[in-house]
Design a protein around this ligand. Structure first.
Ligand code: SF4
Length: 481
């Protein structure tokens, strides 16, 4: 059999055409713009996973799909994936980061604009501009249509967020100007929706010019620069000036104060459970996927249910779960039963609903701990000993880079090298808000095997001593001195 999939042990972001080797197999990532996957594509991925992989599918925090196989995918398999639109038609741009949109784009009653057509057009643009292959494969673009499930705070290089100003809808331009993992910031420019793609193309072209310049410089590093490096070197205003020169017109300016008033607030956990759509009589269900991992059988089962009860497609979310949409309200109950029949919960209070973990040492050399296994032990323990009545966000990070989650959590566990010889795997424990990125430090070191009991104890104390049933864990721990 002929194999064509390149394998890298150094590439940080795997793709289909440039898989990476991890301790638990060869990792291939499928880009699914806006996280959309049809039931037919689900069938193909499930078959592929069963045939060549370990039977498990993973959803990433950019709503990609990841599979682990024991050997590289063959040339024929990659061609098949292209036929089913699971691989980019251009291998060279397949590695660029997935295009992000709210998982409720086009169905959210609060949305100002449906961003799915923009995602498709930008994906088409990328496929037809192979010269963009020189960009950093971390180059990331996001469209936020003003949905309740906002994605404008997700780390992205460029984000367009719909805003309504004096009755007109614009996109406010956000750029990733902070550190790794930071949310992008509004830069005081408003874009008309019909100009959105040409502005995005110009932003990308200027970035490409900069990348080419850097790569051609002698003595320069061979790694393509990130967009934030360009912004640090030039400043936002100079970058936008060059973009405007390419466009041949000036972008409309707006005060940041006005833009911050217009940007709505995110409602937590709307990506889980049952919710009404903007289309009358239709609903969507967000299902809990433990640590973003499910079996090929469950994945295909959900795809089949989407075909039978919904719009024929699943939506993967940046919170590593799945939505089934366009369900006739009268069928929601029956569908919920069938989802549970696959061994999958739809409750926001399930212990897995808000647990996030990076790949840990099975998939990342920087990790001190087996975050995935430790997170599973915590979820299993909580299922047995406590009934949650509000979601609790617990974040396991194998080191302090925090790849799995960039926003603050209720409880954060950061892998460290333990000082005790008998328990070399340990975590630093943080809760609520504090003076570190992870929150307030509660314990400097806790052995990995003691974490399930520790968390159960923390949650029991919270449930017994909270002001009332509406007080969240974060509010409770923040009020403790
Ligand atoms: S947080 Fe650290 S250990 Fe986890 S995947 Fe990122 S770099 Fe690796």
């Amino acid at each position: 059999m002929e194999f064509s999939q390149l394998q890298s042990t150094t590439a940080i972001c795997p793709s289909l055409f440039n898989a990476t080797s991890a301790q638990d197999g060869i990792l291939s990532r499928m880009r699914l713009p806006a996280g959309l996957i049809t039931f037919k594509q689900c069938e193909v991925v499930a078959k592929l996973t069963n045939q060549f992989g370990n039977g498990e599918i993973q959803i990433t925090n950019r709503a990609n799909l990841q599979i682990r196989t024991s050997q590289a995918l063959s040339f024929d398999t990659l061609l098949d994936l292209q036929d089913y639109r699971l691989a980019s038609s251009e291998a060279s741009t397949d590695g660029l980061r997935n295009i992000m949109a709210s998982p409720t784009a086009g169905i959210d009653p609060r949305a100002l604009i449906n961003t799915i057509p923009l995602v498709k057009q930008w994906n088409f643009y990328l496929a037809n501009h192979p010269e963009l292959e020189i960009l950093s494969n971390k180059f990331s673009v996001c469209f936020d249509g003003g949905e309740t499930i906002s994605v404008s705070d997700r780390p992205n290089d460029i984000c367009f967020k719909a805003v309504e100003i004096n009755g007109a809808i614009y996109f406010s331009l956000y750029l990733g100007i902070g550190d790794r993992g930071d949310s992008p910031s509004a830069v005081g420019r408003l874009i008309y929706s019909k100009q959105n793609l040409e502005v995005l193309a110009a932003l990308t072209e200027v970035y490409r010019d900069y990348t080419e310049q850097k790569l051609n410089q002698t003595n320069s590093c061979t790694r393509p620069p990130r967009l934030r490096e360009l912004i640090r070197a030039w400043g936002v205003e100079h970058y936008l000036l060059l973009v405007e020169q390419k466009l041949g017109y000036a972008l409309r300016r707006s005060s940041l104060e006005l833009l911050s008033q217009e940007s709505g607030t995110r409602v937590a956990y709307k990506h889980l459970g049952i919710h009404a759509q903007s289309q009358s009589g239709l609903a969507y269900i967000g299902v809990v996927i433990p640590l973003g991992r499910l079996t090929a059988l469950q994945f295909q089962g959900l795809g089949d249910l989407a075909s039978q009860y919904g719009g024929g497609a699943l939506r993967l979310t940046p919170w590593q779960n799945i939505l089934i949409t366009d369900i006739v309200e009268a069928q929601v109950e029956q569908l919920t039963r069938e989802i549970k029949g696959l061994g999958i919960s739809v409750s926001t209070n399930h212990p897995y609903a808000a647990i996030a973990a990076c790949s840990g040492y099975k998939g990342c050399k920087a990790a001190f701990t087996d975050t995935q296994a430790d997170a599973k032990k915590v979820a299993a323990h909580l299922e047995n000993c406590i009934k949650l009545d509000l979601p609790i966000n617990i974040h396991f990070s194998g080191c302090d880079k925090s790849c799995a989650q960039h926003h603050p959590s209720d409880i954060a566990l950061v892998g460290i090298q333990g000082k005790e010889k008998k328990s070399p795997e340990a975590y630093r424990v943080y809760v609520g808000d504090g003076n570190t990125n992870f929150g307030k430090e509660l314990y400097t070191e806790c052995a990995a095997q003691d974490i399930p009991n520790l968390i159960a104890q923390l949650l029991k104390t919270y449930q017994n001593q909270r002001r009332d049933f509406t007080q969240t864990f974060r509010e409770f721990v923040n009020q403790q001195s």
